[in-house]
Design a binder for this molecule. Structure first.
Ligand code: NAI
Length: 326
């Protein structure tokens, strides 16, 4: 058996975590041979609820769980952490403008970025799930000067998985037939699900669907899927979001399959003309615990316009909180 790794999860008494923690504890994220110590963070009023979640985790008697702790102190939760899943965030309240939401979250993610910087393993892998995920990741990253910015990522894997599932349904296939799905940009309604490089049965996906369907149905449905789930379920995606978080971390830690790639919100190095330093979703391959942006994909005018629109939104989000960035 390997030595245990420390996995910090914030928002641990929330909906996503109610699915996520049990998947991590059962070995779905880091492998069935990797013991984990769970370090759970919540705000003070949710500590009682967190206690209940910890009791349930204990009652599962997961063989891979080498320890569980719960706290409302970020310095404690991130102590020596090898992985962090930042799920807890401030939801949009009544009458709250987008700018207010960005600012409220900037306060949370600045403090957590600092706590990660001061306490976590310098090799920590951070995934931000809490919305606005890309900008929250940017804020945490900017507050952690001693940690390589490549180690801060944002989740667009749910969008990636949604894109694969909807394409499979359209073509009467399964997700196993689909490779090289790409989500570019922000985890928001400006994200761009790109089928020009995606392959279904080894052939280019965009050639197998009508342009009208791609532009008028597919792209908006992938972009708006989160809202459709809220409308149907009366609550936002939870189990599927947890599943995507597990997928994201597993790909990053254990690698992507040969001949395929995944979508990850990562620190832009300027690839594909995107502003350096934004947390932008790119197609990535992963190996040995590190990611690489897939290079050399041809970008036509249709794609370029959409990649730039979502880049623009991310730049605006960054500018809205720039006074709070170190
Ligand atoms: P939830 O409201 O059920 O749970 C959030 C939890 O975070 C609550 O228990 C709350 O007490 C806690 N929390 C709030 N501030 C905190 C802080 N400063 N430190 C630690 N914990 C804190 O929400 P749910 O459904 O679990 O969603 C969590 C976040 O994930 C939301 O921001 C949601 O918008 C986002 N999300 C992101 C997706 C993505 O694809 N990137 C998909 C679905 C949801």
């Amino acid at each position: 058996m390997k030595a245990p790794v420390r996995v910090a999860v914030t928002g641990a008494a929330g909906q996503i975590s109610y699915s996520l923690l049990f998947r991590i504890a059962s070995g779905d994220m880091l492998g069935k041979d990797q013991p984990v110590i769970l370090q759970l963070l919540e705000i003070t009023p949710a500590l009682e609820a967190l206690k209940g979640v910890i009791m349930e985790l204990e009652d599962c008697a997961f063989p891979l769980v080498a320890g569980i702790s719960g706290t409302d102190d970020a310095n404690v939760a991130f102590k020596d952490a090898d992985y962090a899943l930042l799920v807890g965030a401030r939801p949009r309240g009544p009458g709250m403008e987008r700018k207010d939401l960005l600012e409220a979250n900037a306060a949370i993610f600045s403090a957590q970025g600092k706590a990660i910087n001061d306490n976590a393993s310098k090799d920590i892998k951070v995934l931000v799930v809490g919305n606005p995920a890309n900008t929250n990741a940017l804020i945490a990253q900017r507050n952690a000067p001693d940690i390589n910015p490549r180690q801060f990522t944002a989740m667009t894997r749910l969008d990636h998985n949604r894109g694969m599932a909807q394409l499979a349904t359209k073509l009467g296939k399964t997700v196993n037939d689909i490779k090289k799905m790409t989500i570019w940009g922000n985890h928001s309604s400006t994200q761009y699900p790109d089928l020009h490089h995606c392959e279904v049965d080894g052939k280019v996906a965009v050639d197998q669907v009508e342009q009208d369907w791609y532009e008028g149905t597919y792209i908006p449905e992938v972009q708006q899927r989160g809202a459709a789930i809220i409308k149907a379920r009366g609550a936002s995606s939870a189990a599927s979001a947890a599943n995507a978080a597990v997928d994201h971390m597993r790909s990053w830690a254990l690698g992507t399959a040969e001949g395929d790639w995944v979508s990850m919100g990562i620190y832009s190095d300027g690839s594909y003309g995107i502003q350096e330093g934004l947390i932008y979703s790119y197609p990535c391959t992963c190996k040995d615990g590190d990611w690489t942006i897939v290079q050399g994909l041809e970008v036509n005018d249709f794609s370029r316009a959409r990649m730039q629109a979502t880049e623009q939104e991310l730049a605006e989000e960054r500018d809205a909180v720039s006074h709070l960035l170190p």
